[in-house]
Ligand binder design. Structure first.
Ligand code: ADP
Ligand code: ASP
Ligand code: MG
Length: 430
């Protein structure tokens, strides 16, 4: 049975990291093995900035950003291969030329389409370099273009998977026992061969697609943290690692914004009972976290922070109520804008929506709502979500801060605060 590994940008951010990845993979005897890899470091952010420069017609800025990205990738190739760098450098340079060509061909088309034709190069570049490095150190590797395997519709930037077609393609791959199969996360393609992307941070989901289609034994996501914690260990000074978690609990954590796993990752695994292991690529001996059907659906509290939140308070301009028809209209506009509300709270005359401050999605939505409704907007907010909360816990976490919006159901409480009133590091009250 196949095992699937996924490595994120941090695990291949530079030559030293790629060397470390090579050692890790060389030491693993597990076969068949599929390895899904993201773009190097913060490349996708850099590509998004490049696209923004291109679309605002700032040719000089576009060019200098492209040169900087090319220089950074070629510097990694040089550091890895030394005087044998020429062949790989040539392939990397050719990918940058192709990126530039695609940009020139598509920059007048709608942004999501242009986005997918250019941003997919982050993963194509990283896997080209990693594949060459694995060959160099004698780990036999087959590089596969995920755009030919992950079949999607043409909903650019958030493409939907054609599970049937994807399953057929993935299962038809040669499964030579010894060679590991290396491919890209985050990217897919339409049946016509047009590149698509699955949404930011989507490489975890790509790995789950491979695991699902191959009925894998296990999916291992290698992270810069030892596993899944009851809160982001970088933000909570006393976060505790969870050894075993149920799919259902992990899905709730991811859905509410625990950045460690992309929310779409778990459902395709749960259906076949494929366990997901989250482990550290730095501390290889550290005990991991396992998400499976056997995992405890712990009623223990867990905490999720979402920053850079915006609160929109929407009210009718006339004297009507915020009834179902109004709510339907407002939420419909969110769907049209491709926006997601992290919290929805309604009163007689208003609907409060808390959203990520994502300019490309938020601003068109604000404009559309302001045309028909009275709108009050608050920026720079932090949303704290607590799973399985108790009253004293919420009280202690609130710290006397003003609550701008709140929502509570049986097992989850959400509170929206001003970021300026929130601590840099949080502490879970005992
Ligand atoms: P990747 O390189 O795979 O994209 P991410 O940066 O998306 O990795 O995810 C790892 C980060 O997730 C960690 O560095 C950690 O700060 C953050 N994180 C947020 N919530 C949690 C949590 N509950 N448990 C572990 N890590 C978390
Ligand atoms: N490279 C993509 C991103 O940064 C996908 C991923 O890393 O999961 O969003
Ligand atoms: Mg990620």
């Amino acid at each position: 049975m196949t095992t699937v590994y996924k490595f994120g940008g941090a695990s291949i951010k530079d030559a030293a990291a790629i060397r470390h990845l090579g050692e890790l993979l060389a030491s693993v005897r597990t076969r068949p093995l599929v390895v899904v890899v993201s773009a190097m470091g913060k490349t996708t952010n850099a590509l998004e900035a490049l696209l923004a420069a291109a679309r605002s017609d700032d040719e000089a800025d576009y060019r200098s950003r492209l040169d900087e990205l090319r220089r950074a990738h070629l510097a990694t190739v040089d550091a890895l291969f030394g005087d044998r760098a020429a062949r790989v450098a040539e392939r990397v340079a050719a990918l940058f030329e192709e990126l530039d060509r695609r940009h020139r061909a598509h920059w007048r088309e709608p942004r999501p389409f242009h986005y997918d034709q250019t941003i997919c190069f982050g993963e194509l570049l990283s896997t080209t370099i990693v594949s060459a490095w694995l060959d160099e150190i004698g780990t036999a590797t087959d590089w596969q273009d995920a755009r030919e395997l992950i079949v999607t519709d043409a909903c650019h930037q958030a493409a939907n998977i054609d599970w049937e077609a994807t399953g057929r393609k993935i299962r038809a791959l040669p499964r030579d026992g010894d060679r590991l199969l290396l491919t890209q996360g985050f990217i897919g393609g339409t049946p016509e061969g047009v590149s698509t992307t699955l949404g930011r941070e989507g490489s975890d989901f790509s790995a789950a697609i491979f695991a699902h289609c191959l009925e894998a034994k296990e999916l291992v996501i290698w992270k810069d943290v030892p596993g899944l914690f009851n809160a982001d260990p970088r933000r909570f000074d006393n976060a505790v690692q969870l050894a075993q978690i149920s799919y259902d609990e992990a899905i709730e954590l991811a859905w509410h914004g625990a950045k460690v796993i992309h929310p779409k990752t778990l459902a395709p695994l749960r259906q076949q009972g494929i366990p997901l292991t989250v482990r550290s690529f730095e501390a290889l001996d550290a005990p991991p976290s396992t998400i499976s059907a056997e995992g405890a659906s712990a009623a223990a509290p867990a905490f999720i922070l979402a920053e850079e939140q915006v609160l929109l308070e929407v009210s009718p301009r006339d004297f009507s109520f915020m009834d179902e028809a109004r709510q339907h209209d407002i939420l419909g506009r969110l769907v049209e804008a491709g926006a997601h509300a992290n919290l929805v709270d309604s009163g007689a005359m208003r609907l409060s929506l808390c959203l990520d401050s994502h300019p490309a999605r938020l601003e068109p939505l604000v404009e559309a709502l302001a045309a028909d409704y009275a709108l009050e907007r608050h920026d720079d907010l932090t949303l704290l979500t607590v799973r399985h909360p108790s009253e004293p816990l919420l009280e202690a976490l609130g710290g006397g801060r003003e609550i701008l919006a709140e929502r509570r159901n049986r097992d989850t409480a959400q509170r929206l605060f001003r970021s300026s009133e929130c601590p840099g590091t949080w502490h879970i009250p005992r």
